[in-house]
Ligand binder design. Structure first.
Ligand code: ADP
Length: 416
């Protein structure tokens, strides 16, 4: 507080004004005093000048101090007011402080030190009040801003929710379309397969070798297409939660052997050996035989597809009496380590170029993964580029123990 402080003394008593003036003159703080002898004078001065502090006598000729304080308050004059009181006027001082005065000072205690101290502390308090007011205003403003931001966020959230619903609907329609289309495509594809097989089996009127070759190609392509259509159908069923578990007791060794036999022809066509090594002391499992068939078909047909020479082996073992492992090993092209994590995601293929060598939808492993999870199992892969891959499925012997999946449907989303 090194600046010159501007003080207004409002008092009709010249002796009192003189006392204040003297004390101010002697105080260690530099102060300049202006005098007003009535409330009217004071208001006129305060309307045109800024003061750092006001000394106010309670009894003025035209108004009492209380009214003046209220008036100054209405006029938003912010300078701190120190009430000058006479002997025994404490009650009045208290009333004036309630009305907005900062402090009071007994006229008979006026001294340079007390005056300077009172002025300084009144100014300090008023500043702190002003800062608090300002902080409050800022707080209110930022609250208001927050409220607005919140409203905006809420609006955006509602919009996102709506878009989400629209997306879900579009997703549902897409899955429905996929399911219907793949279902519709399967019927003619099965007819093509059936007729091609009949043509190949004609003993009485055999085909020429060129014709046989052509029909064989029709058969191969139709089988490839059917496999892809089946994958799309499985995928859409899994997505819409329509893939239902149907658990029963069956012989796993027999079931795997039959499934592998269905694929032997494909392996032979590529000159690959297809071996089975199915060692179970108890071949009976309680699981979904259709799911298991699809899992084995997907893994073995991938092994055949991605192997150009060597062999494919299907191994079954008991890890514990309650847990089994089905492994499909190949001596194929292998998978680079950076691709191992993503191949189980739908539509992921290591080679995604249009000129890629191997056909496929990129859905087989995603479906396999979901089916394995529905059976309560896990699937892992180990592979070396150029040397081959091993896909291992671990399953509980009894899937029925899984209450949550027992008679339920589980969508891909839930299984992820
Ligand atoms: P698709 O076989 O239709 O391309 P999958 O989901 O079955 O789709 O497989 C995803 C990708 O994983 C394949 O495109 C291939 O790059 C890789 N992959 C799967 N199985 C094998 C395998 N046995 N050997 C090498 N790569 C494989």
């Amino acid at each position: 507080m090194e600046d010159l402080l501007k003080i207004l003394v409002v008092d009709d008593d010249s002796v009192d004004r003189l006392a204040v003036s003297r004390a101010l003159g002697k105080a260690a703080v530099k102060m300049e005093m202006t005098e007003a002898t009535s409330a009217k004078d004071a208001i006129a001065l305060l309307s045109n000048h800024v003061f750092d502090c006001i000394f106010l006598d309670y009894l003025l000729p035209d108004r009492d101090g209380l009214e003046l304080i209220r008036d100054l308050h209405r006029r938003e004059i912010e300078a701190p007011i120190i009430v000058l009181t006479g002997q025994g006027d404490e009650q009045i001082a208290v009333e004036m402080m309630k009305a907005g005065a900062s402090d009071y000072l007994s006229k008979n205690r006026i001294s340079p030190e007390i005056l300077a101290k009172t002025v300084q502390s009144a100014i300090r308090v008023r500043r702190a009040e002003r800062e608090a007011k300002q902080a409050n205003r800022l707080l209110k403003e930022s609250n208001e801003l927050l409220r607005h931001t919140n409203q905006e966020l809420e609006r955006q959230r509602n919009q996102i929710e709506l878009q989400n619903l629209q997306l879900q609907e579009a997703y549902r329609l897409k899955s429905e379309f996929l399911a219907t289309m793949s279902h519709e495509l399967r019927t003619p594809m099965n007819a093509i397969l059936g007729f091609a097989q009949i043509l190949l089996r004609q003993y009485q009127d055999p085909l020429t070798s060129q014709q046989t070759n052509i029909v064989q190609r029709i058969l191969n392509n139709a089988q490839n297409l059917l496999q892809m259509i089946n994958e799309v159908l499985d995928f859409s069923k899994l997505e819409s939660g329509e893939m239902t578990l149907s658990v029963s007791e069956f012989d796993l060794v027999k079931s795997i052997r039959l499934t592998v036999e269905e694929l032997r022809f494909l392996a032979q066509q590529k000159g690959l050996r297809l071996k089975t090594d199915l060692q179970l002391s108890n071949p009976l499992v309680v699981s979904d035989s259709n799911f298991l068939r699809r899992i084995v078909i997907n893994l073995v047909s991938n092994a055949i597809k991605f192997t150009n020479n060597g062999e494919i082996a299907v191994r079954v073992r008991e890890i514990t009496p309650d847990r089994l492992a089905i492994a499909v090993l190949d001596t194929g092209i292998g998978i680079a380590s950076q691709d191992l994590e993503t191949i189980f995601e739908e539509f992921r293929q290591v080679d995604r170029s249009l000129t890629r060598h191997y056909q496929g939808t990129g859905l087989g492993l995603a479906i396999t993964n979901s089916l394995v999870k529905m059976l309560g199992g896990t699937i892992t892969v180990e592979s070396r580029l150029g040397q081959g891959s091993t896909f291992t499925v671990e399953l509980p012997r009894r899937t029925g123990g899984l209450v949550s999946l027992k008679s339920s449907t589980a969508s891909l989303q839930q299984l992820r």
